[in-house]
Design a protein around this ligand. Structure first.
Ligand SMILES: C[S@@+](CC[C@H](N)C(=O)[O-])C[C@H]1O[C@@H](n2cnc3c(N)ncnc32)[C@H](O)[C@@H]1O
Length: 527
């Protein structure tokens, strides 16, 4: 039986405040829903005003935490950083959100619960389009789905994901999610979850999930694929155009797989990869050495252990994908050089470049974002590489127009769509819009022009993105070379393994081929 230790009424503004620190969005109306019926309105309060229960031992903690975190990501604009999800060792933090949002606590999260939260939140976000298609198919009508309360929808998505993708024992999933809906919303909501989830279980047992067929014209096929692989239609169409049907599907499967992470040992603190490997062995974290980069190790599981052991906090290592590390190989920083990192924050590449300088040389780390630049500064101090880094808070366009400085090497790690990192950034696919691409390309051209002004004769300009989109990569470089005949391509064969070198001499990490994030870099020399 639920334990009722305290009673408090929450209103919708308070609930929103619990979800996010910024002001309430349009969905948070002050109207209250009747407590017995299922509110059909998606535009109603996030959860209805309700009585708070301090401790409820009947609700499974990972589901309560997942539901609240999903609400925060979707409605409160929180950032679905899978690493943070893994890293949030503090169950207290999570339970605080549950209490402030739903009005009750469950038992504390243990390590298994934390892993489940990561899986459920990441998976539910990734598979959202697919799950919503199934939920809509099993609702009475489109209105029921279209106006469903946000919390109810999240609970259904969790249940569908657990049954269809995690293949958890279905009737336990039904019972647990029904209980969550009853306690967090009201009995009627529990009945609805029960009805829909039970229909799903039957369909799954009979192998007859209502999924779209791949037929019709290009647009219709793209829509079906977008649902089956849970991506926006515009991405599917773009990838079918650029990569072909088969590769597009492989890419979507990669984006939907569990991300793996790499760690870079921080030589700035004389902490070598051998030291890191030894520490990981002692922590029983399975890992392997990167075949491409001397300072890197790969880990598939155990990130939470690494974080709890304090390795990141002590600055002994950083989380950095090898694809990003290889961009630094393309820059090839040498002791004594002057380097400008034009879009530097939060500093992943700046710090790696700084550690390559062995205390000699200087990196000017420019960024327009003050907060992110502060993170860079603090991390540089922690990593003991701050003696070779100067941070500059500036808009690159203005900085380049007003400064006469010219450097040996200039890195422009440009703002981009991030289409190469969708496996790690589970929510990014839903936040990125087709219209963004044109704006980004325009920004990239302008930043390239500005960055080129900072390169001294004979110096090197490296343009990089974490995108796999040719329009942000090869096409931007081609357009730049037309505008700037004083630059030419310096093929990256000497900097990265041959497998990563394109026919035009650029660096390209292909998620499907290399099992790393997608990344691109061009090395251009000024005559
Ligand atoms: C892809 S991120 C850089 C990531 C970074 N290089 C790293 O490895 O951690 C792009 C950065 O460009 C910055 N940026 C965007 N427009 C800018 C501008 N006009 N001038 C300077 N920085 C800018 C953003 O604030 C953002 O931090």
């Amino acid at each position: 039986m639920a334990h009722l230790l305290s009673v408090r009424i929450y209103n919708s503004t308070e609930i929103y405040t619990a979800l996010s620190s910024s002001k309430p969005p349009k969905f948070a109306k002050k109207t209250q829903q009747p407590n017995t019926a299922i509110s059909p309105r998606r535009s109603g309060p996030a959860v209805p005003a309700r009585k708070a229960q301090k401790l409820n031992l009947e609700v499974s903690p990972h589901r309560a935490v997942s539901a609240v975190r999903l609400m925060r990501i979707e409605l409160g604009g929180a950032f679905a950083d899978l690493l943070n999800e893994k890293g949030k060792g503090s169950g207290d933090n999570e339970m605080g959100y549950v209490e402030r949002t739903l009005g009750f606590r469950t038992r504390d999260l243990d390590d298994r619960d934390l892993r489940l939260v990561t899986d459920v939140v990441g998976g539910t976000i990734r598979w959202r389009r697919y799950l919503d298609h199934l939920i809509l198919s099993l609702c009475h009508d489109e209105n029921t789905f279209g106006r469903m309360e946000p919390l109810l929808l999240q609970i259904l998505r969790i249940g569908f994901y657990e049954i269809v993708k995690l293949e958890m024992p279905p009737y336990a999933v039904v019972d647990e999610n029904v209980r969550l809906a009853k306690v967090a919303l009201r009995p009627g909501a529990g009945n609805m979850v029960n009805g829909i989830l039970r229909k799903l279980v039957l369909l799954k047992e009979n192998n007859s999930l209502p999924l779209p067929k791949l037929e019709g014209n290009d647009r219709a096929q793209a829509r079906a694929l977008a649902t089956l692989h849970s991506h926006p239609v515009w991405m599917v169409r773009r990838w079918r155009k650029y990569l072909g049907h088969g590769e597009a599907i492989k890419l979507m499967m990669w984006n939907n797989s569990d991300p793996s992470f790499s760690l870079r040992a921080n030589s700035g603190k004389s902490f070598t990869r051998a030291h890191l490997s030894e520490r990981l062995r002692m922590l029983k974290v399975p890992h392997e050495l990167s075949p491409h980069l001397d300072d890197f190790v790969r880990i598939r599981t155990g990130m939470q252990i690494v974080i709890q052991a304090g390795l990141l906090k002590e600055g002994l290592c950083s989380v950095q994908d090898e694809s990003a590390g290889l961009v630094v190989s393309v820059v090839d920083p040498q002791p004594g050089e002057s380097i400008i990192d034009c879009c530097a924050a939060p500093g992943g590449k700046t710090l790696f470049m700084a550690s390559c300088l062995s205390g000699q040389g200087m990196i000017s780390a420019i960024d327009i974002n003050k907060g992110r630049l502060r993170i860079l500064r603090e991390t540089a101090k922690l990593h003991q590489v701050d003696d070779v880094i100067t941070t500059v808070h500036a808009d690159l366009h203005i900085f380049a127009g007003h400064n006469q400085v010219k450097s040996d090497k200039v890195l422009l790690d440009a703002p981009c769509s991030g289409l190469g990192v969708l496996s790690k950034r589970a929510d990014l696919r839903w936040n990125r819009r087709f219209e963004d691409m044109e704006q980004l390309k325009d920004l990239q051209d302008k930043l390239l022009d500005a960055a080129s002004m900072l390169v001294k004769p004979g110096g090197v300009l490296v343009y990089s993105t974490c995108s796999i989109d040719p329009e942000e990569n090869e096409e931007r470089v081609a357009a730049f070379l037309l505008r700037h005949p004083e630059f030419c391509i310096d093929p990256v064969n000497r900097s990265v393994p041959p497998d990563f070198v394109t026919e035009h001499g650029f660096y390209f990490s292909n998620p499907v081929k290399h099992s790393l994030d997608g990344a691109f870099a061009a090395r251009l020399v000024r005559s």
